[in-house]
Design a protein around this ligand. Structure first.
Ligand code: SAM
Length: 214
């Protein structure tokens, strides 16, 4: 995912209809139904990378609207290229730092949040930057519907243990916790592999997953 200097990625993004442009982002809260032109539920992936997971999900679930969020233009470019090959009406992208997620979704506007193989930020002083940290859970708490859920997958056991420990202080509880997703036939039903999941599971790393609610 270190592709940050592709020439022209910002220009491609600025010209793309698949992306909700930065200057329009302040107008997004409360208007996602209008953006998609229907009342379907909204599921988001934060830190989508090149978009393999969310593109596949959007293709398999046309009755759901998906929003993929990615910080880096050069990575988002790859998700845009995938959409150019196979356009889907129920998938949009945002180039932004998820720290500002509350500026683009209104209270209770999101039905489900996916975090997949989030960056670990191993230094203690960077714990607040981890996407499953209590600081981020507080942001998700606002935008996620009352009965909505958040699903997190990673092969990084330290990050996963941290994420599980964050739940109680942040006021969330686990519905599902597994330390070996790929050995659990019922949890694997409908599982869509992310790019990182394919890479790390093929190296023999067990995949951890939780599903959490408030
Ligand atoms: N989810 C993909 C997967 O499982 O294959 C990509 C995983 S990659 C390790 C993490 C991605 O999250 C990177 O593309 C990174 O740029 C993005 N990311 C990290 N922190 C972010 C943030 N605060 N806001 C938006 N994207 C972020």
């Amino acid at each position: 995912m270190r592709l940050r200097n592709i020439t022209g990625s910002r220009d491609v993004i600025a010209a793309s209809d698949y992306v909700v442009q930065e200057e329009l982002q302040p107008r997004c809260p409360g208007t996602w139904k209008e953006i998609f032109g229907n009342d379907n539920p909204i599921h988001i992936e934060i830190g989508m990378g090149k978009g393999k997971f969310i593109h596949t999900m959007a293709k398999e679930h046309p009755e759901i609207n998906y929003v993929g969020i990615e910080k880096y233009s050069s990575v988002l470019l790859r998700a845009i290229q995938k959409m150019e090959q196979e356009e889907l009406p129920n998938l949009k992208f945002l180039r932004m730092d998820a720290e500002n997620i509350n500026q683009v979704f209104g209270a209770g506007e999101v039905d489900r949040i996916y975090l997949n193989f989030s960056d670990p930020w191993p230094k203690d002083r960077h714990a607040k930057r981890r996407l499953p940290s209590r600081e981020f859970l507080a942001r998700y708490d606002v935008i996620l519907k009352k009965d909505g859920r958040l699903e997190f997958k990673t092969d990084n056991r330290e990050l996963f243990d941290f994420a599980v420990e964050e739940l109680e202080p942040a006021g969330w509880k686990a519905q599902v916790v597994t330390y070996d997703l790929h050995s659990d036939a019922s949890l694997m039903e409908g599982n869509v592999m992310t790019e990182y999941e394919e890479k790390f599971s093929s190296m023999g790393n067990p995949i951890c997953k939780y599903i959490i609610v408030r």
